[in-house]
Design a protein around this ligand. Structure first.
Ligand SMILES: [Zn+2]
Ligand SMILES: [Zn+2]
Length: 195
């Protein structure tokens, strides 16, 4: 698994391009803009984009989905509870919905979906036990966690979601929706002081 990272859109959202070298199939998490750059990366690496996943419904995580989907034919997936947020961009309706415990497969890559409501009702994380990585969206960041003062946020739900993430192995690398990568172990204090 190789992870490319781009900062996209007006608030520099992290967009991750994950390729499976064995099959040249790829997955993009949070296509928030700069679609030409993403397409260029795909071309350079000789990857075929199969899936676009939005970690949640805020505009900065799906502003580039329509163009990327039109250019690649990839399927677009997210949690149903955040679909209302798609109207803030021109993103298309999802081709399917992701729920807690679902598996997302792309070539030989396999991610388990962890539903982590709190920042938004339909927030999800993608977890690979084999690769020991978590794509945490706006749930967990380096040194802090996602805002819970937004419309449709829920602080109690956020605390439960963070508690679930604390069950992951401490060495799990966390790739968040904004800012730098971290690990579950490094954020243990942040998570525990949330309640
Ligand atoms: Zn957000
Ligand atoms: Zn965001």
């Amino acid at each position: 698994m190789k992870v490319d990272h781009l900062k996209v859109g007006p608030i520099r959202t992290n967009c991750y391009l994950i390729g499976d070298e064995a099959t040249n199939k790829a997955l993009v998490i949070d296509a928030g803009g700069e679609t030409e750059q993403i397409l260029e990366q795909l071309r350079q690496r000789g990857l075929k984009l199969e899936l676009i996943v939005a970690t949640h419904g805020h505009f900065d995580h799906h502003d580039g989905v329509r163009l990327l989907k039109e250019q690649t034919g990839a399927r677009f997936l997210m949690h149903q509870a955040d679909v209302f947020g798609l109207k803030t961009t021109d993103a298309p309706q999802p081709d399917g919905f992701l729920q807690d415990n679902d598996n997302v497969e792309c070539g030989r890559l396999n991610f388990k979906i962890i539903h982590t409501p709190g920042h938004s009702p339909g927030g999800i994380c993608l977890y690979s036990e084999k690769e020991k990585v978590l794509f945490s969206g706006d749930t967990l960041f380096l040194g802090t966690y996602g805002r819970v003062d937004l419309p449709y946020s829920d602080e109690a739900a956020m605390i439960n979601s963070l508690k679930r993430l604390l069950n992951l192995p401490p060495e799990t690398v966390v790739f968040p929706g904004h800012g730098k990568a971290t690990t579950i172990g490094a954020e243990q204090n942040v998570i525990e002081t949330a309640w």
